[in-house]
Design a binder for this molecule. Structure first.
Ligand SMILES: C[S@@+](CC[C@H](N)C(=O)[O-])C[C@H]1O[C@@H](n2cnc3c(N)ncnc32)[C@H](O)[C@@H]1O
Length: 283
């Protein structure tokens, strides 16, 4: 489908407003007025290829379906999935030097065996695998003595599919420290880099909308990464999300956010380091 064809499908102001309201309600993502061109670029070809005659027709069908595959497609089209391995690497250094050793010490002290980590808004998987690589590297053979695992979630099924495959261009994998890349990734005949199957097995990628008002997790997490997604939400949605994230941390558990997502005045969390917060209370 050519761009010329897609651009024959105009996005009228009233349609953009309808779409903006729907995206805000469903995903929390704020589409400001300056995003209209971006939206047409992302959606035009899709709508034409699916036989929609107008944005109104698409929006009508979306409302009739109420949460079917069209909404899934919209999430994939509208979300910004920009990410890379070891983004804000100071957080990963902190995992290796402080967080994993402390959690291991605590687990031995309390004779606990579980270690629950959640990478919320994991996009195409680079962040989740970065966490996992540091975890496997720190624990080594002791990893199997824990009931450890990584839950990684996103609203974009397209991003989650790529994450589950765990295959990346060599240029992207170049951001993984060499010793970890050598241990946990392999080069495919086509030159791409693939996360080893035994590593992939430890990451559980699932679709999950952070706007869900009651989080369904049975047990709280020791570590949550929720980085570079709250920037797309409004102040109220961010505050409510932080509250829900805090509630699903163990006391003493850590929340990592993006560098421009500082949390102010939230009850129940204390500042640990830039963009890192600890749930108050004793373990
Ligand atoms: C810019 S990426 C950040 C990826 C990664 N956390 C990082 O810091 O590199 C933002 C991700 O948030 C996801 N996202 C946006 N709104 C969401 C929502 N309501 N629930 C879950 N994920 C969402 C998008 O699909 C996208 O993959």
């Amino acid at each position: 489908m050519t761009d010329a064809l897609a651009s024959r499908l105009p996005l009228h102001v009233h349609e953009y407003r309808r779409l903006r309201d729907l995206v805000g309600q469903q995903f929390g993502i704020q589409l400001t007025d300056d995003k209209q061109v971006l939206v047409t670029n992302r959606m035009g070809n899709y709508l034409v290829s699916r036989g929609f005659q107008s944005y109104t027709q698409f929006l009508d069908q979306l409302e009739t379906e109420r949460g079917g595959p069209l909404l899934d497609d919209l999430a994939s089209l509208i979300s910004t999935n920009h990410t890379y391995f070891f983004r804000d690497d100071v957080h990963f250094t902190m995992l290796s030097t402080t967080v994993w050793p402390e959690l291991e010490h605590e687990a031995r002290r309390t004779r606990a065996r579980d270690l629950r980590v959640w990478c919320a808004a994991s996009s195409t998987g680079e962040e989740a695998y970065s966490i996992l690589f540091t975890m496997l590297d720190y624990f080594g053979p002791r990893y199997s003595t824990f009931e450890a695992g990584l839950l990684a979630t996103d609203i974009s099924t397209a991003a989650l599919d790529q994450a589950t495959r765990g295959v990346y261009e060599a240029s992207r994998a170049a951001a993984v420290p060499a010793h970890l890349r050598d241990k946990y990734m392999s080069r495919r005949p086509d030159g791409k880099m693939e996360v080893l199957p035994e590593v992939r097995r430890e990451a559980h990628f699932r679709k999950f909308n952070l706007m869900t008002t009651v989080f369904p997790f049975k047990k709280p997490f020791h570590v949550i990464f929720c980085r570079n997604v709250m920037i797309y939400f409004d102040v109220a949605a961010r505050a409510a999300l932080v509250e829900r994230l805090k509630d699903c941390l163990v006391p003493g558990g850590l929340l990592f956010v993006g560098p421009s997502e500082a949390i102010h005045g939230e009850v129940g969390l204390e500042y640990v380091a830039p963009a890192v917060y600890r749930r108050k209370g004793r373990r």
